[in-house]
Design a protein around this ligand. Structure first.
Ligand SMILES: [Fe+2]
Ligand SMILES: [Fe+2]
Length: 475
């Protein structure tokens, strides 16, 4: 008999101690996970005491505890939202039947693929962000980075739990493979392209957590509708944590803008060269970063026409965003949706069966949601009395998947010639020079309450702590 209580080591609300096989499988995976964290997790941070929240239950009133912990000692737990009694499948061909508590044999391969693809993004983002701690603009920001990182680690646990519990040997092998692929690795990369890009600086990090973590939100929302009940319950709880990641992004970009506007008003200039000389990031550069992260992220929703998307929906594996709030028949046969196509050098709308266009449907919902924060950023600029506005680019801009792949489209939606694209590329996307400039600002500010020159302090601290609280204690 084991003398170690692993159910205690792995906080959970799934009665782990009652399922010995599962417990043993996770118990064997845990040291490999910790080794991965050691090798690929936040660089040089193993001994820091970080003021982190840890999920300890799914009670909306108090699901997390705050306290200083060393990240390798973070208690990555497994939490599912409570089961809904007699939950019914509410979309697709099985609509009205009881939700599945186990994996139906005929959908096993597709469900596994969906869970692995979601799971792969979680450790990928930790890998992408692993060097950022070395150039944090403040202790407050360093703590937020680490909070996002440990929670992406927990999201990996959430997916590995499903793989171990419901997919037997295949699932355990997938659990190992999730630790073996690495972001940007030429031989064994992460599954999705955007998760193989580096997150080289903090402006990129804030854009990533605003735009790309929001892609995570939409994918999780679609999976939270799943007929496979354990997947629905797992992803619902992951969404609770995701909100903070997007807050880090939205408030981070907002603080960068705020600081830039202050200096613009102090120096009475909008000249990027003068602003750069003063050590802040000019608004056109922020717009180019926005263009890049927005366009790369909307590619993540996949091809505009996809028979897989239709299958995943009709078989009940993956719903639409807020499926339950929609008033149509939730089967979608014989319905149509407009996607964009290029004809004779112009963007034209094309009607396709809605089932095949569900990636586009989710992408359009995402776009509506992501515009909101950009408008809040514009309020900061407006309040400073500056006549500049940020804008999300047209959805055909800089795309690399589906019908729009490789089509040259300006941010305003005009199809342009190769020559016009080349002449404007550096006005529309971050240039080498932009990236080098932003990189040159990245220093390391670690005194409590101090902030790098290019970013304003936050309005308030974390968990009602003061802004100058000691969020990270360095060993
Ligand atoms: Fe995540
Ligand atoms: Fe996230």
């Amino acid at each position: 008999m084991s003398t170690i209580d692993y159910s205690d080591k792995i906080p959970n609300n799934v009665n782990l101690s009652e399922d010995r096989t599962l417990q043993r499988a996770l118990e064997q995976w845990q040291p490999n996970y910790l080794k991965w964290w050691d090798d690929m997790g936040p660089d040089g941070s193993q001994n820091f005491d970080v003021y982190l929240r840890t999920a300890v239950s799914v009670d909306p009133q108090g699901w997390a505890q705050f306290g200083h912990v060393k990240m390798p000692d973070y208690r990555w737990g497994i939490f599912l939202n409570p089961a809904e009694q007699d939950r019914k499948i509410h979309f697709g061909d099985h609509k009205g039947e009881a939700a599945w508590q186990d994996v139906p044999g005929e959908y096993r391969a597709n469900l596994r693929r969906i869970i692995v693809t979601q799971g792969d993004t979680e450790p990928a983002s930790v890998e992408q962000q692993r060097h950022l701690g070395l150039t944090a603009p403040s202790q407050y920001d360093l703590r937020n980075l680490f909070q996002v990182n440990v929670e992406e680690g927990r999201h990996l646990w959430a997916m590995v739990y499903l793989l171990h519990k419901y997919f037997g040997k295949d699932g355990r092998e997938e659990g190992e493979a999730l630790l073996e692929r690495n972001s940007g690795n030429a031989d064994n990369p992460r599954i999705l392209e955007a998760f193989n890009e580096e997150t080289p600086d903090w402006l990129s990090f804030f854009m990533f957590t605003y735009f790309t973590d929001r892609d995570g939100k939409f994918q999780l929302c679609a999976l939270a509708e799943s007929s496979f009940d354990p997947l629905a319950r797992t992803t619902k709880f992951m969404l609770t944590e995701e909100a903070h990641h997007m807050f880090v992004g939205e408030s981070g970009v907002s603080r960068v803008i705020n600081r830039t506007c202050q200096v613009m008003n102090e120096l009475k200039t909008d000249d990027p060269a003068k602003l750069r000389a003063a050590g802040v990031i000019d608004l056109p550069t922020i717009q180019r970063y926005l263009n890049f992260h927005f366009s790369v992220t909307i590619d993540l929703f996949g091809a505009d026409e996809s028979s897989n998307a239709a299958t995943f929906y009709s078989t009940g594996l993956k719903g639409r965003y807020e499926e339950g709030k929609r008033t149509d028949d939730h089967v979608l046969k014989g319905q149509f949706y407009k996607v964009l196509n290029v004809q004779n050098g112009q963007l034209v709308e094309k009607e396709v069966p809605m089932l095949n266009a569900l990636n586009e449907v989710l992408r359009d919902d995402y776009i509506k949601d992501s515009v909101g924060g950009v408008e809040r950023w514009n309020k900061v600029i407006e309040k400073a009395g500056i006549p500049f506005r940020l804008k999300v680019p047209h959805k055909a801009f800089h795309r690399n998947i589906g019908l729009l792949k490789g089509v040259k489209v300006a941010p305003d939606g005009r199809v342009v010639s190769e020559a016009e694209w080349n002449a404007n590329r550096d006005n529309w996307l971050p240039s080498e020079g932009d990236r080098a400039f932003v990189a040159s600002l990245m220093g390391r500010v670690v005194d409590p309450g101090k902030f790098a020159n290019w970013i304003a302090p936050p309005v308030m601290g974390i968990n009602r702590q003061p802004v100058d609280f000691e969020y990270v204690r360095f060993a």
